[in-house]
Design a protein around this ligand. Structure first.
Ligand code: PRP
Length: 184
């Protein structure tokens, strides 16, 4: 039985399997991540690079919990179509305008699943001589076989279910749910 805090109209009547992380749990963990990131970067320019579209809500909440100067830019890559299984193809549709050399780069992802998206992106970004290059992922499935780089900041370990909400979609739907849920 889902808690009454879900708003059935938001899902267009589609039934969710369960709430995986509710709003309060997410807010608490995002605040902790903000503190961890603040402490990890005592000096230097910090550029937070949000990977769209999935990270848009997480990124917005996260940067407001980071207590230091920073800049924000975005990357757009697409790897999934309207299916629930990764296609394995990553397309870079938007590249940040900002220069990366000499800056601390923190890539913000909503979810690490197969790791293909990150592996492809990180090799592109590493070639641009950042001072450091790290990843912050809200959710980590821990199923990626060849992740080229450890995910330094992880919000939650993610169950091996198809997850939507708080930025994550299925066929572009459900991104606006304020909680994280799994689909039936
Ligand atoms: C999803 C998700 C991650 C990526 C994770 O993005 O937002 O970026 O896939 O999968 P992987 O670890 O198997 O590569 P998607 O391509 O669906 O685009 P979106 O962010 O616009 O939803």
């Amino acid at each position: 039985m889902l808690p009454s805090t879900t708003r059935p109209k938001q899902t267009g009547g589609r039934e969710l399997a369960r709430i995986v992380f509710d709003q309060e749990t997410i807010a608490k963990r995002v605040a902790e991540l903000g503190q961890e990131i603040t402490a990890a970067y005592p000096d230097g320019e910090l550029l937070v690079l949000g990977l769209l579209k999935g990270s848009f809500i997480f990124l917005g909440d996260l940067v407001r919990q980071i207590d230091r100067p920073l800049q924000v830019d975005f990357l757009v890559a697409a790897s999934y179509g309207a299916d629930t299984v990764s296609s394995g193809t990553v397309r870079l549709l938007y590249d940040p305008e900002t220069r990366l050399d000499g800056k601390h780069i923190l890539v913000v992802e909503d979810i690490v699943d197969t790791g293909k998206t990150l592996n492809r992106l990180l090799s592109i970004l590493a070639a641009r001589s950042p001072k450091s290059l790290e990843i912050c992922a809200l959710l980590h499935k821990h199923v990626a076989e060849h992740l080229g780089r450890e995910v330094k900041f992880v919000g939650f370990d993610c169950p091996k279910e198809f997850i939507v909400g708080y930025g994550l979609d299925h066929a572009e739907n459900f991104r606006h749910l304020p909680y994280i849920a799994s689909l039936r």
